[in-house]
Design a protein around this ligand. Structure first.
Ligand code: AMP
Length: 606
């Protein structure tokens, strides 16, 4: 079936491989991308034949068919909410083959939420191998562009999160927590191109302070070996820089004395770090000199001068962090290497050193079966689009699509919620620019708050000011990333009726009550938001900025002056356009911050 790519001496259309091991991986990429459609047909047939006896495929009377036509004719395109009853049964312990014929090994908790809780994605053991396969392609591609990565190390800030168990006892945890805790990661064979400064023990600690402290300390100790600095998402790397700003004195003190601070109590971390730590007053003086200036421009290249690039995702919601990262790194290239989700790992960037605005991901056809809902130029679904999904090999350059996946773990025609635009092809495999996530209004890191969630939060908080005869007449929001961690800013325009309420209150609302409204809003937001606030400290306290009466009318006037139709004008529930933000900020009469942390526990409420 496979057309053999033309390869001579380890050279492919991607470029000459750095070594024979890389050549094999690059040939694999070539093979997959030259035979996209055939691989997709095989993947679908494999998934459908192995799952033929599952309740789900039987429910839709697939009758053992494994061809695309029958599959498309009989199976509906679904969302998480459609599958939730089946997923809940699995979580409650039903071991019968509901979605997958293979046993469900664990649940991956997506950062996408449903009814305020992380979505639970059932997965099977062999998916780890598939994810590992995609990871194994990243370095051979990077080696095409950046030589000499085997001469040093990567300073990667990697973290796990706490996990819970479903009623049936299966672990429920984020996909990266599952991966870092797996033998694939923990017992990975030595690869000179992939040596990390962070000990596994530091990565595998759920206490985010101790984990970060140890990873930063080891990065500082090995600073001259570091050739690349990274985290999964841009927000994670900025958190690390913020951590350095707050903790450099203690870090320098530890390095100077060669002893680890008592704040690190995890015995495994203590042992791993102590092995590296020797008194090094010269390094401590250097860190003190660089960090005490109060000037953080180019801090990455000042501390880690051999860094060739940053390895972080800055596409999608992370694009907002590009200017800050440029400031801290003095404009180092930012490599976005991979596009993946809890449901399925999708693909990789075959030109990882390109500028962030040009990043396109090549979906690898062996990872799952991929279909695409065509969207109109205004981002809405084309007429009849739900019934006319396009196959991976047949998408068209320049068009936008919503991604629909069928996975080995048992998702069939599942809408991920990502909107992608086709930018070109590598061989026969399309390359996609990540455009946006559907229905996401606010995002600081992995949190995704949609319009309905924001509305609910505003409604709940405005209950608190009711007794002052006050209502929120209009609101909008902005994810502020000016300072790290970023935080949500909600602009409120209030209407306070003059007549006294039953309990005699009227006039001004006490400041503390508006502060409380911030916390009430946070309590109403989804679990990923609250976890980021409480456990990860990666989102700062929510802020309400009260604007003076009439501000939202001015906003409308402004929009109309720029061509909006009066009839169709709707208040934008999130604003990013600088002139509008300036207008809002110039009308602020008071600002309020959440005085505490919202409630969050690792256990799910459903
Ligand atoms: P999760 O299910 O929590 O793992 O989140 C997966 C989602 O993160 C994807 O569906 C995308 O919306 C987003 N995502 C993952 N990788 C990228 C990327 N490289 N660029 C932009 N967004 C991404």
């Amino acid at each position: 079936m496979a057309v053999k790519p033309k390869v001579t001496n380890g050279s492919t259309t991607l470029g000459p491989a750095a070594n024979e091991k890389d050549a094999e991986k690059l040939r694999f990429i070539e093979d997959m991308t030259m035979n996209t459609d055939a691989v997709q047909e095989r993947v679908l047939a494999e998934i459908l034949s192995r799952n033929a006896e599952t309740e789900y495929l039987k429910r839709y009377k697939l009758d053992g068919a494994t061809d695309r036509e029958t599959f498309k004719a009989k199976l509906p395109v679904v969302t998480y909410e459609d599958l939730q009853p089946d997923i809940q049964r699995i979580a409650n312990g039903d071991r019968s083959p509901i979605l997958s014929s293979h046993p469900i090994s664990e649940f991956l908790t997506s950062s996408g939420t449903s009814a305020g809780e992380r979505k639970l994605m059932p997965t099977i053991r062999e998916e780890l191998d598939r994810r590992q396969l995609l990871y194994s392609l990243l370095t051979p591609v990077m080696n095409l562009y950046v030589p000499g990565l085997d001469k040093g190390k990567g300073l990667y800030f990697l973290f796990i999160k706490s996990e819970s168990k479903t009623p049936s006892g299966l672990p429920a945890r984020p996909v990266l927590t599952s991966y870092y805790k797996s033998e694939h990661f923990k017992s990975r064979p030595y690869d000179p191109f992939n040596v990390y400064t962070s000990p596994n023990e530091a990565i595998l600690c759920t206490d985010s302070f101790q984990s970060m402290y140890a990873q930063m300390l080891c990065g500082l100790l090995q600073r001259l070996d570091v050739l690349r600095v990274g985290a999964v998402f841009a927000s994670g790397l900025l958190r690390a820089i913020r951590f350095l700003q707050l903790n450099w004195e203690q870090l320098a003190a530890d390095i100077s004395s060669g002893t680890l601070t008592k704040q690190i109590t995890d015995p495994a971390i203590r042992e791993a770090v102590t092995q590296q730590l020797r008194p090094d007053p010269e390094l401590a003086r250097f860190i003190t000199k660089e960090c005490s200036k109060g000037d953080w421009a180019c801090i990455i290249t000042r501390i880690w001068p051999n860094t060739k690039y940053l390895d972080v995702i800055v596409t999608g919601a992370m694009a907002q962090y590009i200017p800050t990262l440029e400031y801290y790194s003095g404009g180092l290239p930012m490599a976005c290497t991979m596009y993946a989700s809890s449901e399925c790992y999708f693909g990789l960037n075959l030109r990882p050193m390109c500028s962030p605005s040009e990043v396109s991901y090549t979906i690898m056809p062996m990872m799952g079966y991929f279909e695409f809902i065509p969207l109109d130029a205004d981002g809405t679904m084309c007429n009849g689009a739900q019934t006319q999904l396009v196959d991976l090999a047949h998408v068209e350059v320049g068009k936008e699509y919503e991604l629909v996946i069928t996975t080995y773990s048992g998702l069939n025609r599942y809408r991920v919620g990502d909107i992608l635009r086709v930018t070109g092809f590598h061989n026969c495999a399309p390359q996609f620019q990540f455009i946006r996530r559907k229905n996401v209004l606010l995002s600081i890191e992995s949190d995704k708050t949609d319009e309905a969630e924001l509305q609910k939060a505003v409604t709940n908080a405005s209950e608190l000011i009711k007794s002052y005869n006050a209502t929120v007449v209009e609101y909008t929001s902005h994810a502020s990333t000016k300072s790290i961690p970023g935080h949500y800013v909600i602009y409120w325009e209030l209407l306070i009726k003059k007549d006294k309420t039953k309990n005699g209150k009227s006039g001004t609302i006490p400041t503390e009550l508006l502060d409380e409204c911030c916390l009430e809003m946070e309590e109403s937001l989804n679990t990923v938001y609250r976890q980021s606030r409480v456990a990860d400290c990666s989102i700062g306290p929510l802020e309400i900025r009260v604007v003076r009466p009439g501000t939202f009318e001015e906003l409308m006037d402004y929009a109309i002056s720029r061509g909006a139709s009066i009839n169709q004008y709707k208040v934008p529930r999130c604003v990013n356009f600088p002139p509008i933000l300036e207008l809002l900020d110039s009308r602020v009469v008071s600002t309020h911050f959440s005085p505490g942390l919202p409630k969050w526990t690792p256990t799910r409420s459903n």
